[in-house]
Design a protein around this ligand. Structure first.
Ligand SMILES: *Cc1c(COP(=O)(O)O)cnc(C)c1O
Length: 396
């Protein structure tokens, strides 16, 4: 089968052809080390600074507030570990949520083992935190609130502006993992009172292995990798010119196309949701129905295993995901879905589809047809489903 329907854009995206074209000269032509002084290297230096401006402009930041990293995971690690160190005199309490990406949760676990107190906020059945619970959790010694802009599994958007306002009022720093949101929905670090923000190139049609940490001017943050003086002495290592140029090009592409891409995906997403819920019984949408990422869908197909669904979809040339890419391969149920109140069984029957601006209506139609066939097949083999149907008949 040569057909490929790629509906796993939350795991990674295709690099845009134009983004790749902009990167290529920095491998074989302007390959100088941007930190070198001679003129030849200054071409690379200028390209890096142009990319920094583009990455900043997408979120209303200034270029000197952008630090390039190896991706979203590094930016998350850096933000949390560094704030704990530089704000130790104020306290050692962090507030986050139960549905963060593992780059935040594992970092929090580690910090907890080192004596940092962590409050993990609950989420409701739609995957939203409560602002009241957040306000009540803030203490004298709270140094940081870290809440993701958008969830990678269910797509739910958090009330980022309100969180920023509360953090600002209480004098607590606000970090947001915006890896899924950056370039997909409008973000303004000033309007939303964001002090630190993580983003990653490969989630918005840029290359893998490059990301940013935005740090608001005045926020104290130490170096993350020690060595050379790159990134104003805060992140050592020879600058990844092609990757950074790609990240900047992707940020510019996203800025110019954001509204169009968002509306196009929202309408395909809602069409997909309507078709699945009307055509396939005993199916439920996970995540907030409207406050969600433009391209995210997450369904529970009762009486069908998510893992089996993924395998059979793959055989039909369709890429989707059960749980997050990091969690698949492990059999433990999604911490996001269970935090939203799903049983382990329901969580294990869930599948995520994530669209891009390259997804077509025809691909959605094919996917829904294949889903109907596959879910029917899997339910036909489920003893639990047979018992469920028999119970239904008897009670009539
Ligand atoms: C993908 C992702 C990350 C990790 O980003 P990398 O660049 O792959 O390290 C972090 N947080 C969220 C929400 C993500 O979706």
């Amino acid at each position: 089968m040569s057909r490929l329907i790629y509906l796993d854009n939350a795991a990674t995206t295709r690099v845009k052809d134009d983004v790749l074209q902009q990167m290529l000269p920095y491998f074989t032509q302007s390959y100088g080390n941007p930190s070198s002084v001679y003129g030849f290297a200054q071409e690379a230096r200028a390209a890096v600074e142009k990319a920094r401006t583009r990455a900043a402009e997408l979120i209303g930041a200034t270029p000197h507030e952008i630090y390039f990293t190896s991706g979203g995971s590094e930016a998350d690690n850096w933000a949390l570990k560094s704030v704990v160190k530089t704000y130790a005199a104020k306290g050692k309490h962090i507030i986050t949520s139960k549905i963060e990406h593992s780059a935040i949760l594992k970092t929090c676990e580690k910090l907890h083992n080192e004596g940092v107190e962590i409050t993990y906020l609950d989420v409701d059945e739609n995957g939203k935190i409560s602002l009241e619970e957040l306000s009540n959790a803030i203490r004298e010694d709270t140094i940081l609130i870290s809440i993701m802009t958008a969830n990678n599994e269910v797509g739910t958007l958090q009330p980022i502006k309100e969180i920023g306002r509360i953090a600002h009022e209480k004098g607590v720093l606000f970090h947001t993992d915006a890896v899924q949101a950056y370039g997909h929905i409008p973000i303004d670090v000033n309007e939303f009172n964001i002090d630190l923000l993580s983003a990653s190139g490969h989630k918005l049609h840029g290359p893998k292995g490059v990301g940013i940490l935005y740090v608001r001017t005045g926020t104290q943050i130490g170096s993350f990798i020690d060595g050379g003086a790159q990134e104003r002495g805060r992140r050592a290592g020879t600058i990844n010119t092609p990757g950074i140029v790609g990240m900047g090009a992707a940020a510019l592409y996203a800025k110019e196309n954001l509204i169009k891409a968002k509306e196009q995906q929202e309408s395909l997403r809602d069409y997909f949701i309507k078709k699945v819920l009307s055509d396939i019984p005993y199916t439920k949408l996970n995540g907030h129905v409207s406050d969600r990422l433009p391209g995210n869908l997450n369904f529970t197909f009762s009486f069908a295993s998510g893992e089996s669904l993924i395998i059979l979809l793959d055989q039909a040339g369709i890429c989707a995901s059960s749980g997050s890419a990091c969690a698949s391969g492990s059999t433990s149920p999604s911490h996001v879905l269970t935090a939203m109140g799903l049983s382990e069984k329901q969580a294990g029957s869930s599948v995520r589809f994530s669209l891009s601006d390259e997804t077509t209506k025809e691909e959605i139609d094919i996917t829904v047809e294949e889903l109907k066939r596959i879910v029917t097949k899997l339910r036909g083999m489920s003893l639990e489903y047979k018992n469920f149907l028999n119970d239904g008949l008897q009670s009539k």
